[in-house]
Design a protein around this ligand. Structure first.
Ligand code: ASP
Length: 344
């Protein structure tokens, strides 16, 4: 029997459109006072759970998100972990998939729900999508079965669907349905009832305590291939001072040019110690290294197989693994292993 009675939920407001107002002078949207935001949703009082709320001192547009903010959110969750049954993080949609992915790596052995949500229209707007997103996210975070949280991972709730956070991508800048998870089914669908697809929920193999990681290394770059990409561009990215990992967005199932200058440059960088990760620039599907001649070469020179990971999860996984000090020897094997259900 699913219920949400008496669950204690912590609401963390980081910023984003959900709580923004229009600036009188410029007409641009900017982050707003969180208390006022809460007062504009009296429906929260009708929910069957206790809600405590806290806010970033200076709420941000999520375009200003960075690894320090991710660590800050992870620490807030750690500090409040024992006293709460679930967490809802209000966040701008622009970089929400990056934050959801980052948190999934930073929060090891998570056994309570951390649900990220936001909206395309501010909460004060007549046609806002914010209320449904917020209220259902709280209900999902409060959901329990036999005394245990139903969701035990970092999720992203938007427009009637809960997704595994590290599988999502923002796919639309104006539709209410702004996110997609093309390589993994959604976990919950909200209709008249909350429909939970239990077979897809993430579960740990162990019952260890929550561990928070507090280091991320941003010596990472993303390079999207395009026909006609020049040697100089590739060289300058690969020779970036301090670069430790490159996410290479390749074509289709992981294919790239077979020209000597291209392969030699990648080979040299790998020899120098840069981890090069093959991720497809397609929205869905997987890298299959060796399926075509154009990826067999990459496999031969020890490029890491990103499989069906999103770019968002690849970037944050690389930052997390580098921050955790994973040795060069183990990096490839660990990256190719699913750590939080982010790849198959
Ligand atoms: N620019 C906003 C942000 O990401 C958009 C949103 O909230 O949806 O903070």
């Amino acid at each position: 029997m699913l219920n949400s009675n008496k669950s204690k939920i912590l609401l963390v407001y980081t910023g984003g459109t959900i709580g923004m107002v229009k600036d009188y002078d410029s007409g641009a949207l900017r982050a707003f006072n969180f208390d006022k935001l809460l007062k504009s949703i009296p429906e929260l009082n009708q929910l069957d759970c206790g809600i405590k709320a806290l806010s970033f001192k200076e709420p941000i547009d999520s375009s200003n998100m960075d690894p320090q903010h991710w660590i800050k959110i992870a620490k807030i969750i750690e500090e409040n972990y024992e006293d709460h049954d679930g967490f809802v993080v209000l966040h701008g949609s622009d970089t929400m998939s990056y934050t959801a992915s980052a948190l999934s790596f930073l929060l090891e052995n998570l056994s309570k729900p951390v649900i990220l949500t936001g909206s395309q229209l501010p909460i004060g707007d007549l046609r806002t999508d914010a209320k449904e997103n917020l209220i259902t996210s709280i209900q999902i975070a409060a959901l329990k079965e036999k005394g245990k949280s139903v969701v035990q991972e970092v999720g992203l709730y938007f427009e009637y669907k809960l997704y595994r956070g590290n599988r999502t991508t923002k796919i639309n800048a104006e539709h209410f349905q702004a996110f997609a998870s093309l390589n993994f089914p959604h976990l919950i669908e909200s209709g008249v009832h909350l429909n939970v697809f239990k077979e897809y929920l993430y579960r740990h193999k162990n019952r260890r305590q929550l561990v928070i990681h507090e280091q991320m290394d941003n010596n990472v770059a993303v390079l999207k291939l395009f026909p006609g990409i020049g040697e100089k561009v590739l060289y300058s990215v690969l020779n970036t001072e301090g670069l430790k990992a490159l996410i290479l967005e390749t074509y289709g199932s992981g294919n790239a040019p077979t020209e000597t200058w291209f392969l030699e440059a990648i080979k040299k960088a790998i020899k120098k110690g840069v981890h090069v990760i093959n991720v497809t620039q397609c929205s869905g599907g997987s890298v299959i290294m060796g399926q075509y001649e154009t990826s067999a070469q990459l496999k031969k020179i020890q490029v890491i197989n990103g499989k069906d990971v999103t770019t968002e999860a690849a970037v944050t996984k690389a930052m997390y693994m580098l921050g955790a000090g994973i040795s060069d020897k183990l990096f490839k094997t660990i990256f190719e292993t699913p750590l939080r259900g982010e790849m198959h």
